[in-house]
Ligand binder design. Sequence first.
Ligand code: TYD
Ligand code: MG
Length: 452
Amino acid sequence: MAKVKTTFFCQNCGTQFAKWQGQCNACKEWNTIVEEVIQKPEKSDWKSSTSSVKRTSVPLKINEIDTTNEPRLDTFDSEFNRVLGGGIVPGSLTLLGGEPGIGKSTLLLQISLKLPYKTLYVSGEESQKQIKMRAERINPENSNCYILTETKTQNIFKQIEALQPDIVIIDSIQTLHSDYIESSSGSISQIKECTAELIKFAKETATPVLLIGHITKDGNIAGPKILEHMVDTVLQFEGDRNHVFRILRAHKNRFGSTNELGIYEMQGSGLREVSNPSEILISKKDEELSGNAIAATLEGMRPLMIEVQALVSTAVYGTPQRSATGFNAKRLNMLLAVLEKRAGFRLGAKDVFLNITGGITVDDPAIDLAVVASILSSNEDVPLQKDFCFAAEVGLSGEIRPVQRVEQRILEAEKLGFSTIFVSKYNKISLKNTLIKVQLISKIEDLVAELS
Ligand code: TYD
Ligand code: MG
């Protein structure tokens, strides 16, 4: 038996200390430092008894390095492929985080059911029966997917050696337990050790590993921050649990951009890929209603048409209420102040409610103009034309400011059949022969004039 060594870790930020203290020097939290037993035996990792391979790396001239594209495994899920940057890179570790119940297990099970490769889905959270029941809802016919319910990494590696899967999925990293560490599953030292063992396995066998990770109250992946540094890709699965849409984003990606985003819809039979999100986000209605405006926003690299709804009504109480769902409330107040000061609308005594439909949160400043248009429309109780859309930022002096990649937004609006898009006069647009009318405006008053 190797010697037992103990160290102290801050459970909040993962900083290591030589002895106990009340407050963590790094994150200033109190009572977060916990003693953890670390037993560092020589063979603490994957196949250590058999592997005697010592890879030595030699320096190469940068232009001698082989740059032929890494082959990637197609996941047969175009949204997932897009977010990963074109598929799974062999030997990579991908961490998928998200709120409980958002659909992390569903997403990865669904992908493993679709894959033509041999996949091993290791669950420490659900029984094989439970997973089978879930799989039946999604796609019952697949013989390439193996389910293992196990939490001990040493046993998992034993099964992997016997099965030789092409891809391994772990649900979840917080339930894994390595024999070499004595502290309980989910503790910082366990998460670190299990991830390190999985990384070693992935790199040595070029098998990709997908990990599911729990998140904390404030939305970070539970466990040490170092977990995110260790893996190659960190994906976040988000969305409002009460809404049907789920958004998959890359927060870190060593093999692609972090700008891409995948959209899914949760259905009774699993997650459906949404390849044209704008069509669902815009409610189809026959009559024109006041207070609705469409914004041509960008989510990452993807243009997305989003519906903004505003309701302006006379305040019943002394202080008017302002509330925004899916939009920054401070920004709403700022836009209201601009409307009051620059365009002369008396909104001071009005309640204003704003809602971005579809349960999506938008932080693209290009949505400003649609917010303003929807407020004006509701205030006057005059509907905007159904085929109008907007893409511009509004400045404090009421000026309409340009936004990035405006041409992409114009083309998306045209594709979806909008007749007119309102953008800033200061955008440089070199598009010619567009079917859509590009209305250039420079200040709020121009918008008021155009809409009335
Ligand atoms: P789950 O994938 O277990 O979430 P996580 O692993 O992130 O905690 O659960 C997803 C939720 O989706 C669950 O509450 C049930 C629901 N669901 C559907 O609506 N349709 C389906 O086909 C499946 C499998 C789940
Ligand atoms: Mg789960």
